[in-house]
Design a protein. Structure first.
Length: 592
């Protein structure tokens, strides 16, 4: 393609074709893919190819509506008022005036209010600016945005309204051959063996069990470039270079057993040892997933890797129990049948792998069921502080200096957005009627939300005949570790709601966070302990999620929420639990 040659894009023929078709049709474009797969390169190539002005914005949770549309220059406003000359256009308005492309990098890190500003610009080609009026877009105005896939990281989904206005082009890591060509082009290194090894090392970081986020091809460029400057054997040079390039480009899991350099050494040893051996590529049939499932497609493992043995064992299990196949994703199949699979697998290493796959499936399912997640922030007006990134509140500032003859920076009033932090005691019924999928989905949802939103400090309590504290407030425990422990919980025992509420209240009393709430998930059918209503009344706020079942006690659950000055929410099925928990948290933060 001409665009590939002119802008030195390696591969991406299909993706470039789709992107060009979208922008030529006047459609806004969303490019989705992991860090370092060339989202910006693709966007720039398309924009330059069409010879349009280009304006870039980098997504950030602190980015405001005013930064996107424009703002008023305080000194001019103080002298002349809100005249047009006082208005400084932001990148959105500038792109509209010039008929150019607004490129938003990592759109899903933008606050919800900023995302909403884009809707009229994308639909009606105009925005309303207070005290200025309507800004209309010239012909050629488009928005091209990128986002990382919504994995277990600090990003969230775009609203349905915003996604509906984009055409999607999905990017993934390119093939090994294309990444080798990208490194050669980017570094101009001719040593093929060195470049190939650098790429192999980087690709290994993407599926290492202790690494949450692997490195992009940029890391391979750095490894190759650094290695060429080291006057030693190229294999040793690669080792030294990798220890410089990778620590800042990979992210270990919370439950990683080794520190970063140990993990890097493990990858390097594996790559060097396998340099002259063949690998086994499992097909989708070998992985026991459908051709449309991407969770375990094309997993590359050595012939000695126990993953291959696990797939064979699971295949044997599913042939014995064909009714066990509930989902296309093998991880979900393990999740739904974990206790049967646990008794079937005698090898501890294989069981550990199976458990890890089930936990990953639970987390991904929680993310999928949760959908877009945005928590409200509270606006707070406060005096200006040196080097503050908060925006000046012109109305408040003008009011403050109205009758002053002299004023300085201390008279400036700024508008600050602050998250509403809460301490939450999550109490989940693990008795015979509630254990299993309900227990796991509730915990996974809370853990995912706490990780994503960064405003929730939660304690985790399970209860049947007695309450058990699995995680204290402020205690740092990997989500995967908590879920792995819950997978092994057997459904048994009576239901002691009173004991759970006592333990939750004790945890909240020890928290220094001002906004403290209890959240209990139960069917309300207590079979031991005293009536829980008296202890519920001692909570600052108690919210109840009742999971419907044949023996659910609606009256008790409703009364608990009323005594606890909270609300009652109902989940009809386990799949509704993530959405209901998010709804509860929204209710909690909106009432603070």
């Amino acid at each position: 393609m001409d665009i590939q040659r002119r802008f030195r894009v390696i591969g991406r023929v299909e993706e470039l074709g789709k992107a060009l078709a979208a922008v030529k049709a006047g459609k806004h474009l969303l490019i989705e893919g992991p860090v370092g797969v060339g989202k910006t390169v693709l966007a720039l190539a398309v924009t330059k190819y069409l010879q349009r002005p280009f304006f870039r914005v980098d997504g950030d949770e602190r980015y405001s509506e005013q930064k996107l549309t424009g703002w008023f220059d305080p000194p001019i406003v103080m002298k002349k008022g809100y005249v047009k000359k006082a208005f400084i256009p932001g990148p959105l308005v500038t792109a509209m005036w010039k008929g150019g492309v607004l490129f938003i990098n990592e759109l899903n890190r933008m606050p919800e209010g900023v995302q909403n500003v884009l809707l009229p610009a994308m639909d009606e080609k105009h925005v309303e600016i207070p005290k200025i009026g309507t800004v209309k877009a010239e012909e050629g105005f488009l928005i091209i945005a990128t986002q990382n896939p919504r994995e277990f990281i600090a990003t969230s989904s775009l609203s349905e309204a915003l996604r509906d206005r984009f055409e999607l082009v999905a990017l993934n890591y390119q093939s090994e051959d294309e990444e080798i060509e990208i490194v050669k082009q980017g570094t101009e290194i001719k040593d093929g063996a060195l470049v190939q090894l650098a790429v192999k090392v980087v690709r290994k970081t993407r599926d290492h069990p202790e690494i949450r986020r692997g490195a992009s091809v940029r890391a391979a460029m750095s490894i190759a470039a650094l290695a060429t400057e080291m006057a030693i054997d190229y294999k040793e040079a690669i080792r030294e270079a990798a220890h410089m390039a990778l620590p800042t480009r990979i992210e270990l899991r919370e439950d990683a057993k080794g520190e970063v350099h140990k993990v890097i050494d493990e990858i390097l040893d594996s790559c060097l040892a396998e340099a002259n051996t063949k690998s086994l590529r499992l097909s989708s049939e070998d992985c026991l997933v459908s051709p449309n499932s991407s969770s375990l497609m094309e997993i590359e493992v050595s012939r000695n890797d126990s993953m291959a043995d696990l797939f064979l064992k699971l295949d044997e299990f599913l042939q014995l129990k064909p009714a066990a196949i509930k989902k296309d994703d093998i991880g979900e199949t393990i999740f739904y049948n974990y206790h049967q699979i646990k008794s079937f697998l005698k090898d501890g290493k294989l069981l550990k792998l199976a458990k890890e796959m089930a936990v990953r499936a639970i987390i991904l399912k929680s993310l999928r069921l949760l959908g877009p997640t945005k928590m409200p922030t509270k606006r707070k007006k406060k005096p200006y502080a040196f080097a503050s990134e908060d925006e000046i509140d012109l109305e408040g500032t003008l009011e403050k200096i109205l009758e002053k003859k002299h004023y300085d920076a201390t008279d400036l009033v700024v508008d600050s957005k602050e998250p509403k932090k809460i301490a939450c005691a999550l109490m989940v019924d693990s008795s015979l009627s509630m254990a299993g999928e309900k227990l796991i989905m509730a915990t996974a949802s809370m853990a995912v939300l706490a990780y994503q939103l960064r405003i929730i400090d939660y304690a985790l309590i399970t209860f049947e005949s007695k309450a058990k504290l699995l995680k204290r407030l402020s205690q740092k425990v990997a989500v995967s570790e908590v879920l792995e422990e819950l997978l092994d919980v057997d459904a048994s025992g009576y239901t002691n709601i009173e004991d759970a509420l006592k333990m939750g209240l004790e945890e909240l009393k020890n928290s220094r966070i001002g906004d403290r709430v209890g959240l209990i998930l139960t069917d309300g059918n207590y079979t031991t302990g005293r009536n829980p209503l008296d202890i519920a009344a001692q909570y600052p706020k108690l919210f109840v999620i009742m999971v419907k079942g044949y023996d659910s006690k609606l009256k008790l659950c409703d009364e608990m929420s009323k005594r606890g000055k909270g609300e009652l929410f109902i989940a009809e099925t386990p799949d509704e639990i993530p959405k209901v928990i998010y709804k509860v948290l929204r209710a909690i933060t909106s009432k603070q």
